[in-house]
Design a protein around this ligand. Structure first.
Ligand SMILES: Nc1ncnc2c1ncn2[C@@H]1O[C@H](COP(=O)(O)OP(=O)(O)OP(=O)(O)O)[C@@H](O)[C@H]1O
Ligand SMILES: CC(=O)N[C@H]1[C@@H]2OC[C@@H](O2)[C@@H](O)[C@@H]1O[C@H](C)C(=O)O
Length: 386
């Protein structure tokens, strides 16, 4: 049973000590949870893994933030350090505890938390939500704070899904280089050479954030029309791309910077300024083209063209964005469902997979994925006293 964390002095035990017993032997059912930059809610998914191979995909779930909760989270976005963080952490912990309690079969939990600020070379990377509180609430060991160790060792701390993407490529039986693209609030790409035996080997992976994806479009339609998002690209489909604004956007040095590289949700708030004078539909079309073109430029950084691009995240539901990418690339661009994966749950599954790797001291990032000096096993483990 979970306990509400508000104001309760919950005993927390944190540690880097290796998890003994069952968690260290053979495959286990791990539950991953992700609260992404779109701030829509929490995704949770079970996978059965030994930290190397994916043996089975299990149940999944989603718990939307209420309007009141989202307001609390929006209020602290980008603020680190700042006021109101405790209340926001409680929102994140309680929403996760409520959802994750629905998965009693989970033997270990991977809890990403909510990113508030991400500035690897500055303030650092900060995800709110305390794994210790969640561990006590769920009576399960919880792996959390996945990004800090990588940043401490000179890495970007993001993206972290690439090791899981590598396992997905193996699960699919891929034999030629391919790419996974996540179109969330921010976009991120993983280029994979599946001929390597393990993801930490030099040359197996190259990963980076491509640019903004849906977050600025959401902000545009929220500001102008009070909508959550440009559903199915309906507004963008009616507009015309303003080439001048698109070119100014593409002049940003980020796109020429060699990966690994990563972004914070609002690093491209410039996008909103560039479309300020445009009609709603033209602004949406132009911003959609900006996100799509950022992906095309990203592909140019890959060591060789991927055989196919498999797309996860909410942006794959936007046919305008998908068509723009497909039109600009000579490579098939398909939703991950084409290979039997669930594009809404990939990130939650990734943190389930990574949790097992952390518990077993296996690396979760490498020079090719985050720019960290050497492969590192990040994460803290909050263990429950039973
Ligand atoms: N049918 C749709 N049409 C257009 N856009 C959609 C649709 N469905 C989802 N989206 C977009 O996808 C977003 C959610 O994507 P997702 O859940 O992958 O993001 P996230 O996980 O919060 O972000 P990140 O991966 O950056 O952490 C929504 O906010 C919306 O902008
Ligand atoms: C700091 C942070 O939370 N970054 C997120 C964000 O959302 C998408 C992109 O930017 C990616 O770098 C990352 O999330 C995914 C899950 C990752 O780490 O792979």
């Amino acid at each position: 049973m979970w306990l509400p964390s508000y104001g309760l002095p919950v005993p927390i035990r944190l540690g880097r000590a290796e998890v003994k017993g069952k968690l260290n032997e053979g495959p286990i059912w791990a539950l991953g949870a992700m609260s992404g930059t779109s701030l829509d809610g929490v995704d949770a998914a079970l996978i059965r893994t030994d930290g190397r191979d994916i043996l089975e995909f299990g149940d999944s779930g989603y718990r939307a933030y209420t309007d009141a909760e989202r307001k609390v989270l929006r209020g602290v976005l980008g603020r680190w350090p700042g006021d109101g963080l405790e209340e926001a952490a409680c929102v994140v912990q309680d929403a996760h505890a409520e959802l994750l309690a629905q998965f009693p079969q989970a033997e270990l939990v991977g809890f990403h938390g909510q990113t508030l600020a991400h500035e690897p070379q500055g303030r650092g990377t900060h995800q709110i939500g305390d794994g210790g509180v969640l561990a006590e609430a769920l009576a399960r060991n919880v792996v959390w704070d996945f990004r800090s160790a990588d940043v401490a060792l000179g890495g970007q701390g993001a993206p972290l899904a690439p090791f899981f993407h590598f396992a997905c490529a193996k699960w699919m039986g891929a034999t030629k280089p391919l790419a996974f693209l996540n179109l969330g609030g921010v976009g991120n790409l993983t280029w994979i050479d599946p001929r390597f035996a393990s993801p930490e080997e030099d040359g197996a992976l190259l990963a980076f954030d491509t640019g903004p994806a849906n977050a600025p479009i959401n902000d545009l339609v929220a500001e102008r029309l009070g909508w959550d998002c440009d559903r199915d690209g309906g507004l963008a489909a009616k507009g015309e791309v303003a080439d001048g604004a698109l070119e100014l956007f593409l002049d940003e040095s980020y796109f020429r910077k060699m990966p690994p590289k990563s972004l914070d949700r609002d690093d491209f708030s410039l996008m909103l300024d560039l479309v300020r004078e445009l009609e709603d539909a033209d602004a949406a079309a132009t911003m959609t083209a900006m996100s799509a073109t950022a992906v095309m430029l990203g592909i140019e950084h890959c060591p060789c063209p991927p055989e196919r691009i498999l797309v996860g995240g909410g942006g794959r539901h936007n046919p305008v964005m998908m068509k723009m990418m497909a039109a600009g690339l000579d490579i098939p661009v398909e939703p991950v469902e084409a290979v039997g994966l669930d594009g809404d749950m990939l990130e939650a599954q990734a943190f389930a997979y990574l949790a097992v790797r952390v518990a077993r001291r296996m690396p979760t990032s490498a020079p090719g994925t985050t720019g960290v000096a050497a492969p590192v096993s990040g994460g803290q483990i909050a263990r429950v006293s039973r």
